[in-house]
Every structure is written in structure tokens, then in C-alpha cells.
Design a protein around this ligand. Sequence first.
Ligand code: FES
Length: 76
Amino acid sequence: MSEDKNKPNAVAVEAGKEYYWCSCGLSNNQPFCDGSHKGTEKEPVAFTAEKSETVYLCGCKKTGSQPFCDGSHEQL
Ligand code: FES
């Protein structure tokens, strides 16, 4: 995994819209689930945007506050 991949993904979300964050790291559509987790024990994490804003979704998949970056990538 490259260093850039571990960085959080800044994503513009829309209020009221549901998103599925990839928790397994295999998706080719990061940071969102594309179904690649099939066969693993991982499941995507669904979240609904409360407002239209830019959020920082975890890229390293080690965050303690899924799906959002909590700075864990700094420890990698
Ligand atoms: S592809 Fe990673 S959780 Fe679905």
C-alpha cells in the first residue's frame, strides 16, 4: 500500500444521501465500496450525510471512527 493510499480521502457529500465506505481496502473505487469485499469478512460501512460538506474518509482502513479519518494513518 502506497503512502498516498493511506491518506484520508476528501469527499464532497450531499445532505441526506447514503454512502458506502469501503472497509476492506480492495475496492477500485476508493473510498467507496465496489463489491470487492466479497469473500472477505469485511462489510462496507453505510453512512448518511447530515449536510452537504467535505468529509475526510479514512484511506488506511485503520481508523477507530469509521468511516472517518481519525489520524491513525500517522502511525503507519
Ligand atoms: S469493496 Fe471494500 S468493503 Fe466493499
